[in-house]
Design a binder for this molecule. Structure first.
Ligand code: NI
Length: 178
């Protein structure tokens, strides 16, 4: 397992629309997923999308029991989600703070669907079909945005709620600050 370099905002590879995965459970895919979990853990991330390490595939990972970067967030199941499709359930949006490992040191308030259904496949090609709300729904929407070349600042509506984590949340564990 290898900790891969995480691309930062400004890199054009973060702006691509990723290609669907066509072959599951290959040695290359297993290595990629293991590296992504290692990279996410190393960075204390809540999730990571393949394009963030320069891999042009529709594959995201997320999940944790407790995350120092989001100390108040409830647990999200550890998931590999491939070729995802998100459908909003209802038309309610909620605002919440987000950060991104590709936008280090910053946080912003982003509107997201409150409740979603999401479908896709796990690392073995088995179907995933879930409903989610709250922070779980937010993480899935954030990660899947990476697959269409969207970083969270492009979803923001109020730039008065955008700034450096160390200024906005001075009491947060500095090791939790990306
Ligand atoms: Ni991100």
């Amino acid at each position: 397992m290898t900790v891969r370099e995480i691309l930062k905002m400004g890199d054009p590879r973060l702006l691509r629309v990723a290609k669907p995965v066509e072959q599951f459970d290959t040695p290359e895919m297993r290595e990629l997923i293991a590296d992504m979990f290692e990279t996410m853990k190393d960075a204390n991330g809540a999730g990571l999308a393949a394009p963030q390490i320069g891999v042009d595939l529709q594959l995201v990972i997320y999940g944790y029991d407790n995350n120092p970067r989001y100390p108040d967030a409830p647990p999200v199941p550890r998931t590999v989600l491939i070729n995802p499709v998100i459908t909003p359930l209802g038309d309610t949006e909620v605002d919440g703070w987000e950060g991104c490992l590709s936008v280090p040191g910053l946080r912003g308030v982003v509107p997201r669907w409150e409740r979603i259904r999401y479908t896709g496949f796990d690392e073995h090609g088995q179907p995933i079909d879930r409903e989610a709300d709250g922070f779980h729904a937010r993480v899935v929407q954030h990660e899947c945005d990476h697959l269409i070349g969207r970083l969270y600042p492009t979803r923001m509506r109020d730039f008065t709620q955008f700034g450096f984590t160390s200024v906005l949340f001075p009491d947060m564990d500095p090791n939790a600050d990306d």
